[in-house]
Design a protein around this ligand. Sequence first.
Ligand code: PLP
Length: 353
Amino acid sequence: MKAWEENIRRVVPYVPGEQPKEDKLIKLNTNENPYPPAPGVQKALREMNYDTFRKYPDPAVSGLVNELARWYQVQPEQVFVGVGSDDVLAMAFLTFFNSKKPVLFPDITYSFYKVWAELFQIPYETPKLDEKFQICREDYYKENGGVIFPNPNAPTGLVQPLEFVEDILNHNQDVVVIVDEAYIDFGGESALALLDKYENLLVVQTFSKSRSMAGMRIGYAIGSPALIRALHDVKYSYNSYTMNMPSQVLGVAALRDEAYFKETVRKIITTREKAKVRLRELGFVFPDSSTNFIFARHPQCSAEKIFLALKEQKIFVRYFKQDRLSEYLRITIGTDEEMEALFTFLEKFVNVR
Ligand SMILES: *Cc1c(COP(=O)(O)O)cnc(C)c1O
């Protein structure tokens, strides 16, 4: 090894789901929304003034911050915006997890947490989910340098009640507690209800799933002004102009169409509940999902085999070749038609074997 190579930062990167290039495929592998963004987004895109592209975008993202503050009935000083919630979460790790004590998050969860902890050299521990894939609250009672978990959790799909989240906050008043609510619009109660009581709570959400805008990269955090100020200081020390102008404008347009948002979320929940019935009929077992995906295994069929067979049919689902997960498929909820194609194939595959 050359001397300079010894000082290279070595990281094992996060591996996102495949984004295949072909047109005709059924894409149920990255929890995207199968419905288009709100009609108001298209209109705003058409009416966009290209001349503004010459200029740097607003570093404070004021338009979107104010609209989010209105939507959630908080002060603009309580809102932080980033390029997808991945950006928001990375900034939050950098800002809040600076203790010598380990940060805590579940062993089975969003796999990016571990990547950021490694990248930023933050010590961490990963308490095991129980055999039903539930988070054990007692694991989070010990001393730590911070806590983060998604609610609902991914890729399990399981949600915890607000009482559970508050219990964890109660036991962790000396560190920052981050609740990653990427899927909260599909089920469960948001920890935003606890903001007034806990200054150390940061709630992170995204436009990628429930608002059909994964490609626009819009994420945000809501918390006390003290937390948001700290996040801004770190962000402006790193890269001030993160969110591009179109995302700022189109994000506002998406928020203004509440009826469309509610309607698409309702459709996905309805399709999900029907999918649970069909999967059960086919012999699959799965934790009860409150998200836009189902994490399922078939006791008689190898998940990897199903995954590969589906891929041949151009139906993409997510498969994790990892300890404790290798028997499962994570299936994003698509449209009714897409799910029907999936079930038609699975019926043949599971029964013929
Ligand atoms: C999808 C997802 C994110 C990141 O979403 P962005 O597209 O970066 O906003 C964060 N956390 C969890 C748990 C997710 O599933």
